[in-house]
Design a protein around this ligand. Sequence first.
Ligand SMILES: Nc1nc2c(ncn2[C@@H]2O[C@H](COP(=O)(O)OP(=O)(O)OP(=O)(O)O)[C@@H](O)[C@H]2O)c(=O)[nH]1
Ligand SMILES: [Mg+2]
Length: 444
Amino acid sequence: MSVVTVQLGQCGNQVGQELFDIVCSDAQDGQRKTYSTASCERFFHRTAKGDLEARAVLIDMEPKVINHSMTKAAKSGRWRYGENSHFSQKQGSGNNWANGYCVHGPHHKDVVEELVRKEVERCDRLAGLIAMMSVAGGTGSGVGTYITECLRDIYPASFILNHLTWPYGTGEVIVQNYNSVLTLAHLYQLSDAIMVHENDTVHRICSQLLKIKQISFSDINRVIAHQLGSVLQPALTPDSHGNYSRNPLGELVSALACHPEYKLLSVCTIPQMPSSSIAYSTFSWPGLLKHLRQMLISNTKMEEGIDWQVCPPAASGRTRSLTGSSFNTSLANLLILRGKDVYSTETGNFEDPSIYTPWLSSEEAFTAWKTPVPFNKYEKSATLVSNSQALLRPLDDMVRKAWNMFASRAYIHQYIKFGISEEDFLDSFTSLEQVISSYNQLQC
Ligand SMILES: Nc1nc2c(ncn2[C@@H]2O[C@H](COP(=O)(O)OP(=O)(O)OP(=O)(O)O)[C@@H](O)[C@H]2O)c(=O)[nH]1
Ligand SMILES: [Mg+2]
């Protein structure tokens, strides 16, 4: 089964290009025919000439980024985007969600739907759709939300995963919190699951773990793509009966997003290190998984910088921090192990009931996927996708900052002039307050 990806705006198109690149080189690396075939079927189709073409549609309101991503893909010599699978205009949405959602989206609905329909028709069977975008700009967030609504209408029975990049907290876009709040509140009604990467966190991975001095979006996107690839590449799942799963998005959603009130997924992967060090490093599964569990419960996304003061849970009570940090309670976790000796690896420490909300049993809350195929040069690699309180604090910050601006009515006229009312803002605030409250209550 195949997945169709819709890349929207600058960020969506740049992250998407890195994802296809990593997935393609991973699939073609080594002699693993079944894995490679499953991966290619999932993400690419073969042209009459035998070339690999990404199952992707590229959308932006300005042409530069799309041209760049298409050229980069073609230059790889391994894969490319379809010649006619993109749509762009002359001028972006000016970092304004309302411009994207109320003007550009409806205006170009038919063209975009037609491009997606063509891509879907190329799949023997559709496993679902992934829409990739940032939440802070105007096109990815506004057009992306509008197009997700259209896709939900056209493909009511298909899985839709939104991959969102959250802006730096310090922010390059003055109205980024408005755009983020409007995007998230709308997508929460539509999407099956919302997977998030925060630019701040990924930036820290680049500087502290990968030791990159001058960090570019390209560096950041490679880290995001590595993590995303390790989630989306083929793996043996509990329901796949010894074959690579044919329904990756469906199994992801059923493992993690079992309740409509909880759709926010965070991702972390270990190890991550400069590529020059990989060959000289050895890791044991128990060591990796112990770290990963510690990262989960203390909510750190890097193996370095773990607050070791947050003790693992004991039988009594669940918040027990020596430093005041709180325990990160999970609704559900999906652990994906790739590489050597995965079948003999013990994952029991993720089944500990005290990690989870009391109203879901840990057997229901925890899922493991495995494959002996190493991912992207790492002999062993573990990725945890978590539906937990991990995103609570950044979400709360985002909503609070947006609310403070809204309270003084700053920049609101820029949204009203495109058709968004104060009432629409208030509805979005209310629905995200509800999400925040639900995640807060996970530990009760
Ligand atoms: N990780 C990552 N973030 C990006 C990238 N490009 C932009 N961003 C982030 O995305 C936000 C800005 O959104 P863009 O994607 O540039 O905006 P857009 O969707 O093209 O919308 P308009 O330009 O307003 O039409 C900021 O928070 C940036 O930090 C990228 O390649 N990678
Ligand atoms: Mg742009």
